[in-house]
Design a protein around this ligand. Structure first.
Ligand code: 26V
Length: 739
């Protein structure tokens, strides 16, 4: 160590950055991991490297957070149950521009950065699009130097690992934390009490005001773990804070008094289950109490933390909304609306109107799906049990909302009950999306078409009641991870032509239009694509023992398995191609490798059967000598962010073929296009805007428009009619082949 002064802390001028990365690596290897050249495993190399990189970030991280506090800047908080981050090392290196430096240092010891990054476990704390969007936003907000904070849950188990057994999906737990996480820092002092169950009591004060208290609760502690989020090419380092559940230290009194020590300790571990595992559903709201516990757990901890930070500079809540924007990533954190109301009413002692004004000015809600089964509704019985005060507040919000509706919109009972926050019936439910709309100042869809569907179909009454509340914010992706890091050769080729500004300002890619006739440039581009395809071919061969032809079209569909995403349509098309090859063996055929990847929710049988079908079809086609290398079909197991980084740069054709009106945006579509793949797709989600940007002539668009889908459904859709009228389809469906 070469610290210059005698203080225990670094001064501003004497920065931790002056340590060389190689010194830090050596120190970590020896002092923290207690390993030397003879005992270090590949994972140790990764771990020591990651800690060295994190050490290098710490100074900027502290400084950024200090600046926000000193300037009392307005903050934006992104509340999300999911952050699908993937691996961090390469991305950190890209953003810090350390990649080349580090590769060089490692090489001196005969180590390859490429190998070291492979040792990192994916941080799979999300299901799919919604979670990956949250991760992309963190990168972009840090790059834009926005004072932005992510809040989520530190799940011990991320999205399950997918194995394939006899063609069927098999789920295995993803214990990603088992080997430690070098990126996180436990903040011992940042922990909050989270209350559940109990009852609400009321009392009147001397002036006759009625107050409510939530008492006799069963409590759990939320502990904060921080992960640094460096921006690209800036000194800004933002923060992602993930909460882990810990039992309160007091043992349950009853158990303790009965002398049941072991039972008391056992109860502690059930508390800790709250942050144990990510729910692997992305299309079906099950209504399980543990899920609601998770939602309230991270919402309550985050709001307590946000208010604590606000109060560093403020003595009343009056300016809260001016200083705080809270974005709700889907309805999962929407319990934050009654929770902030509870805090403002019961703890801060504001009156309803003041509290409501602050609340609605603070929150904004993003909707990510129109699939009805995915829209969250919480049973009133469960809410009453777990969060009794919140249920009271929701009822009051609804009462005032419906009064407003009747006064200014309609008194028609049918419509009123249709838009009530409470769904009446044998069992009552709270419609969380409606609560989100009423309690937020803005509601956004994630692509132009999706926002129109929100306004004109699923939330049409709300759009009329609150004109101007609905806005469109089309999704995006970070070009740092999805081009610069995932496809470094292509990124370099582009930078050599037009400079590096595209990495922060993507529309600068338009400058490439000047080179559409530059033969050398085009050839270099094709060579890079071929090299990426070679890498993918090697992976497929080593992991799946399938030999693919790199001169074939790499036709890729990677996303969660869902009926509306229509992997089934894709595999039916493959069967059709297969029939054509068998019937016309001598006809010229452009070779194709059709690649699928994606997980199905464990209880979604229909989606799981499509995976099985793909694997069976693959078995037949890949082993048919008549087909040879004209056609191959590959189902890649355990699709993940890391696998996407290998697949997308190698794609020739991107499959974006959802039933129009169902895919809210899609973000994979953008990642493929950014890496130079062509798109085949329907007029759905952000495909529509992509077609506008790149020209419909540059996309292969097919199928019904979303309005046509609705009309067809209304007029009675009968798939059998299509089957009966189309002999080609009949053959595809009824073909029986064994090899
Ligand atoms: C939904 C649910 C339903 C309740 C149970 C738990 C759970 C967990 C996750 C989800 C998320 C489904 C919504 C989703 O991921 N939507 C996707 O969001 C992307 C980002 O906006 C968008 O590009 C995709 O089109 C959209 O499907």
């Amino acid at each position: 160590m070469k610290k210059g002064n005698s203080s225990l802390f670094f001064t501003d001028s004497e920065s931790a950055e002056s340590y060389s990365l190689s010194n830090q690596f050596a120190e970590n290897m020896e002092f923290r991991l207690v390993k030397d050249r003879n005992t270090a495993t590949p994972y140790d190399f990764y771990y020591a490297t990651a800690m060295a990189v994190k050490d290098n970030l710490v100074r900027k991280w502290l400084r950024t957070q200090n600046t926000y506090n000193e300037n009392d800047t307005k903050r934006v908080y992104y509340l999300s149950m999911e952050f699908l981050i993937g691996r961090l090392l390469k991305n950190m290196l890209t953003n810090l521009s350390y990649d080349e430096k580090l590769a060089e240092i490692l090489e001196r010891d005969g180590l390859k950065l490429e190998d070291i990054v492979e040792a990192e476990e994916d941080m799979g704390l999300g299901n799919g699009g919604l979670g990956r969007l949250a991760a992309c936003f963190l990168d972009s907000m840090a790059t834009l130097k926005l004072p932005a904070f992510g809040y989520g849950i530190r799940y011990e188990y991320g999205i399950f690992k997918q194995l394939i057994d006899n063609g069927y999906q098999v789920e295995q737990p993803d214990h990603w934390l088992a080997t430690g996480n070098p990126w996180e820092t436990l903040r011992r002092e940042i922990n909050y009490r989270i209350k559940y169950f109990g009852k609400v009591i009321s009392h009147k004060d001397d002036k006759g005001n009625l107050w409510f208290d939530w008492v006799d609760t069963e409590d759990v502690i939320a502990m904060g773990y921080d992960i640094p989020v460096p921006g690209y090419n800036t000194d800004n380092v933002n923060n992602l804070r993930l909460w882990a559940a810990r039992s309160t230290d007091e043992f349950s009194f009853q158990e303790f008094n009965r002398g049941n020590y072991l039972q008391a300790v056992e109860n502690k571990s059930t508390d800790e289950n709250i942050s144990k595992v990510l729910y692997p559903n992305d299309s079906y709201a099950q209504g399980k109490i543990l899920r609601l516990k998770q939602e309230y757990f991270f919402v309550s901890a985050s709001l307590q933390d946000i208010i604590r930070k606000y109060k560093i500079n403020h003595s009343s809540m009056a300016d809260f909304a001016e200083k705080t924007a809270i974005q709700l990533n889907d309805t999962h954190p929407v319990i934050a609306i009654p929770e902030l109301m509870r805090i403002l009413l019961d703890e801060e002692k504001l009156d309803w109107d003041e509290a409501w004004k602050i609340t609605t000015e603070t929150f904004a809600y993003t909707n990510h799906t129109v699939v009805p089964e995915a829209l969250e509704e919480w049973s009133v019985n469960i809410l009453e049990l777990l969060l009794p005060r919140h249920l009271d507040i929701i009822y009051e919000i609804n009462h005032r909302f419906l009064k407003y509706v009747k006064q200014y919109y309609t008194a028609d009972d049918e419509i009123v009950s249709e838009i009530s926050l409470i769904k009446e019936g044998k069992e009552k439910f709270v419609r969380m999306a409606y609560l989100a709309i009423v309690g937020s100042h803005h509601v956004n869809g994630v692509a132009a078409l999706h926002t129109e569907i929100l306004k004109n179909r699923i939330f049409k009454h709300f759009h009329k009641i609150f004109p101007g509340k609905f806005v469109n914010v089309t999704n995006g992706i970070t070009p740092r991870r999805w081009l610069r890091t995932a496809n470094p050769k292509l990124a370099e080729l582009i930078t050599n032509k037009i400079g590096s500004s595209w990495a922060k300002n993507l529309s600068d890619l338009r400058k490439l239009e000047d080179f559409t006739n530059d033969k050398k440039f085009l050839k270099d581009w094709q060579d890079i694509k071929l090299e990426n395809k070679k890498k993918l071919k090697d992976y497929i061969e080593s992991e799946h023992n399938i030999k693919v032809n790199i001169n074939s079209i790499f036709d890729i569909q990677i996303k969660r398995f869902h009926e509306y995403k229509r992997q089934l349509l894709n595999v039916l098309h493959v069967i059709d191609l297969y029939i054509q090859i068998r019937e016309n063996p001598d006809k010229e055929f452009t070779p194709r490798t059709v690649i699928f990847g994606g997980k199905a929710a464990p209880a979604y049988l229909q989606a799981k059967m499509v995976i099985k079908l793909i694997n069976n079809v693959a078995d037949v086609i890949n082993n048919d000598p008549q087909v040879g290398d004209k056609l191959k079909i590959v189902f890649l197991k355990n699709y993940s962010v890391s696998l996407a980084e290998l697949l997308i740069p190698a794609a020739d054709l991107s499959e974006q073929i959802s039933t129009a009106g169902f895919e809210a945006s899609g973000t994979g579509n953008m990642k493929f296009a950014l890496n130079g793949a062509l798109t085949i797709g329907t007029m759905d989600g952000a495909n529509v805007e992509m077609a506008e940007e790149i020209g419909e002539e540059n996309m292969f668009i097919f199928g019904l428009l979303s309005d046509e889908v609705v009309k067809l459904k209304e007029s009675g859709y009968d798939p059998k009619e299509y089957y009966d009228a189309n002999p080609r389809l009949q053959r595809v469906v009824s073909i029986k082949i064994s090899v």
